[in-house]
Design a protein around this ligand. Structure first.
Ligand SMILES: Nc1ncnc2c1ncn2[C@@H]1O[C@H](COP(=O)(O)OP(=O)(O)OP(=O)(O)O)[C@@H](O)[C@H]1O
Ligand SMILES: [Mg+2]
Length: 234
C-alpha cells in the first residue's frame, strides 16, 4: 500500500534522512522506532507532504505521492496524526473533528463519520462543545486520532500516540488503534518503547541517525543484539 524507496530529506543543508526504504501492506500495523532526533517525525512529515524530499520516491497504491500537496494526499486516503497531539486549542471538539473532514469525499460523509468517532470515543461526544485546550492530555490524543479518522483514511500515520499518557490511558489508546485496524485501516506509528511498539505490530523498523538499520517481525527484533545496542547502549 505504502512504499518508500531510498528517501533522502534535508533541512536546508542539513540532511537528516539517508536512503530510507519502508513498506506498509494493506491492513498491516507497522511501527517505526528509534532514538530521539533520529528522523522519525521527519519521515512522517515527508510522507504526508508537509516536507519535500530531496531524493527517493513515496508511492501509495503504486501512485507517486512525493510531489503532491498535503490536502491531495489526505484525499487519497492517508491521514497523519501529528506528534504532540496538535489540536486547534480555541476550537471546540466538534469543530476540530469537522476540520478533519475537509476533503470533498470525506465532507460528504461528515455527519455519519462524526457519529462513528463519537461511538469510538464516548468522551469526545460528551465534550463536543468544549474548547480543545481544556481537554486532558489523553482526551486531546483521542481528539487528534478522531480528527485523523474523520478523513476516512485507509492508512493512518500516528506519531507517538502514547507520549505522556498514563498507563491506563495508553492501554485505552492501544485498544482504540487495534479496533481501527480491525476495520481494515492500515496503521504506521512511531513509538520509542520497543516492547510496547512490537506488542501491537505485525512488523517493525528501526531507524538510527537517519538510516534504516533493521526491520523484521516482533520476535526477530526483540531478540536482536543490534536493537539492544541502539536502545540500551550495550
Ligand atoms: N524544522 C527543522 N529545521 C531544522 N532541523 C530540524 C527541523 N525539524 C527537525 N530537525 C532536525 O532533524 C533531526 C530529526 O528530527 P525529528 O523530529 O525527525 O526526529 P524524531 O526521531 O522524530 O525525534 P523525537 O523522538 O525526539 O520526536 C533532528 O536533528 C532535528 O533537530
Ligand atoms: Mg518525533
Amino acid at each position: 500500500m505504502l512504499r518508500i524507496t531510498d528517501l533522502e530529506v534535508s533541512y536546508g543543508d542539513f540532511q537528516v534522512i539517508w536512503g530510507v526504504s519502508l513498506e506498509v501492506g494493506a491492513g498491516e500495523v507497522v511501527s517505526l522506532m528509534g532514538p530521539n532526533g533520529c528522523g522519525k517525525s521527519t519521515i512522517f512529515n515527508t510522507i504526508s507532504g508537509l516536507l519535500k524530499s530531496k531524493a527517493g520516491t513515496i508511492e501509495l497504491d503504486g501512485q507517486r505521492i512525493d510531489n503532491l500537496p498535503s490536502h491531495e494526499i489526505v484525499g487519497l486516503g492517508l491521514a497523519h496524526v501529528l506528534e504532540r497531539r496538535r489540536v486547534f486549542p480555541y476550537l471546540s471538539v466538534r469543530q476540530n473533528l469537522w476540520l478533519g473532514a475537509y476533503n470533498p469525499k470525506a465532507k460528504a460523509h461528515r455527519d455519519e463519520t462524526i457519529e462513528q468517532v463519537f461511538d469510538r470515543f464516548p468522551r469526545l461526544r460528551e465534550r463536543q462543545d468544549q474548547l480543545a485546550h481544556t481537554l486532558s492530555g489523553g482526551e486531546q490524543q483521542m481528539l487528534a486520532l478522531g480528527r485523523g479518522l474523520m478523513s476516512r483514511p485507509r492508512l493512518l500515520l500516528i506519531d507517538e500516540p502514547f507520549l505522556g499518557l498514563a498507563p491506563g490511558v495508553a492501554k485505552e489508546m492501544m485498544d482504540m488503534i487495534a479496533s481501527v485496524n480491525a476495520t481494515g485501516v492500515a496503521v504506521l506509528f512511531i513509538e520509542q518503547n520497543v516492547q510496547v511498539a512490537l506488542s501491537m505490530s505485525n512488523r517493525g523498523y528501526i531507524l538510527e541517525s537517519g538510516r534504516m538499520v533493521l526491520t523484521g517481525k516482533p520476535e526477530e527484533l526483540l531478540n536482536s543484539g543490534e536493537v539492544k545496542r541502539i536502545f540500551l547502549g550495550g
